[in-house]
Design a protein around this ligand. Structure first.
Ligand code: FAD
Length: 440
């Protein structure tokens, strides 16, 4: 068993997409990087629908070939049924030449983590970080429990910079007590599980049996119902189905009752029930996450950076999570690389990074919250980001927001930033297509 070193330049907590990409960027720059991940990999993770934006980040870290070689399902776009209105969006209409993906996250995340190791980062799985002691020293001391083999021993490692990529447990934000839950109106619970042999929604708007995956590209299927929404994401040999419902709907239920609620809801909803008609639930696959929308007031400091879900998370309706994680990894590691070259400016770099990342998270929140309001969003920061986004990327997001009832905030901010009119004049032809009915 390889010993965990006593010190390093950068310590990364967590080996999800944020942590492994950050470790890759740093190791590729020759920076001594150690990553501690508490789970044994591959480990399960939710969030299987990836938008084509991810490629620009995976190209940067040089992992795109490995992802392509795995042969994940390529998706052409999405179909939403929202308040009974049906829309379809195709990435190719917005100039994307590479597809979105439906990935098994255990495999996808494992590819990214192994790549970080191949690039020279020292990776230790089954090692859980317990505490970050910033003390008076310039080098924070990170206390961990090493659970490898049969051991359960505590250890410590010092680093010059700490990256918290611990996902929704938000390790540092919890330690600093700066984690804020997003308003009570966004008090949602997500329940998801997996089915074998489901039908899927194809790019041709019809439903197909699983065998047709060889000839018809799938789309991500999203539908609203009562006060919640659902996803249906076809994977290579199973299907991910998730329900987002107000937390109070399952209040007081134990695990078994939640599973009954999940199965009954799936069986009664139009479209979804037709897709699942021949399918079989994979027993034991139900998972849930309550009150999952939150943000942190402070995500960067002189010697720490919180990235990915460790910094913030909001309703996953636009499949943003993984690309945010990859973006943050690129931004934070740029700041760290510059700080290592020029330590006197490290506070300035961390502030620049904080503002850039809050801009990005703010945009995600504005996009996803829609008529839930702009909770915790710095409108000025978001407007600046809107002005600087590549036009087609912004347009895709504006159109995607319109497919649901979540467009209020982004449209207002885009109008105030002076870009909405430009889009309406110039690109009014490029919309999500309205469909009359689906042939299921
Ligand atoms: C219901 C739901 C649906 C979603 N759907 C999508 C989707 O379709 N598309 C999309 O792009 N995103 C989606 N997301 C979001 C996506 O899952 C996350 O944004 C993404 O996984 C964030 O990556 P990360 O690296 O920040 O965190 P994670 O993937 O959560 O990785 C964090 C890692 O840190 C490790 N860790 C935690 N604490 C410690 C510790 N103390 N010590 C050591 N290691 C630790 C964990 O074991 C984990 O491996 C969804 C999220 C939810 C809740």
């Amino acid at each position: 068993m390889t010993a965990i070193p006593r010190s390093c330049d950068v310590l990364v907590i967590g080996g999800g997409p944020a942590g492994s990409s950050a470790a890759t960027h740093l190791a590729q720059a020759g920076i001594d990087t150690v990553l501690l991940e508490r789970a044994e990999f591959p480990r399960n993770q939710v969030g299987e629908s990836l938008i084509p934006h991810i490629w620009k980040f995976t190209d940067l870290t040089g992992v795109s070939d490995k992802i392509e070689r795995e042969g994940f399902l390529a998706k052409a776009g999405g179909i939403t049924v929202w308040n009974d209105k049906i829309h379809q969006i195709l990435f190719s209409d917005f100039g994307y030449t590479r597809p979105g993906l439906h990935v098994e996250r255990d495999i996808f995340d494992d590819i990214l983590l192994r790549h970080a190791g191949d690039c020279g980062a020292r990776i230790f799985t089954e090692v859980a970080v317990k505490k970050a002691d910033f003390g008076d020293s310039d080098r924070p001391e990170i206390i961990y429990t090493d659970k490898r083999g049969r051991g359960n021993s505590d250890g410590a490692i010092r680093c010059r910079y700490l990256i918290d990529a611990s996902g929704h447990s938000s390790f540092l934000a919890s330690q600093f007590k700066v984690r804020q839950t997003i308003s009570t109106q966004m008090n949602f619970l997500s329940l998801w599980g997996y089915f074998k042999n489901s039908r899927f929604v194809g790019v041709d708007r019809r439903s197909h049996p699983q065998e047709a995956l060889a000839r018809v590209k799938p789309v991500t299927f999203v539908m609203s119902f009562e006060d919640g929404w659902l996803w249906h994401i076809m994977l290579r040999d199973k299907t991910s189905v998730g329900l987002i419902v107000p937390t109070e709907r399952t209040k007081g239920m134990d695990r078994r009752q939640r599973e009954v609620f999940f199965k009954q809801t799936c069986a009664r909803l139009p479209h979804l029930s037709a897709l699942l008609e021949p399918a079989e639930f994979i027993e034991g696959s139900l998972q849930f996450r309550p009150d999952y929308s939150y943000y942190s007031q402070r995500i960067c400091g002189e010697n720490f950076y919180c990235i990915g879900d460790a910094a913030a998370f909001v309703d996953p309706i636009f499949s943003h999570g993984v690309q945010n994680a990859l973006y943050n990894a690129a931004a934070a590691t740029l700041a760290i690389k510059e700080s290592l070259k020029n330590g006197k400016n490290r506070l300035r770099y961390s502030r620049l990074c904080e503002s850039r990342m809050q801009q990005f998270y703010g945009f995600s929140r504005a996009l996803s919250l829609g008529d839930f309001g702009c909770n915790g969003v710095d409108a000025g920061l978001v407007k600046n980001l809107i002005k600087s986004l590549p036009p087609l990327e912004l347009e895709l997001l504006l159109v995607a927001a319109e497919m649901t009832n979540r467009s209020d905030n982004v449209h207002r901010l885009a109008r105030e930033a002076g870009v909405l009119e430009k889009f309406e004049e110039k690109f009014s032809g490029r919309n999500a297509e309205r469909i009359e009915s689906l042939e299921f």
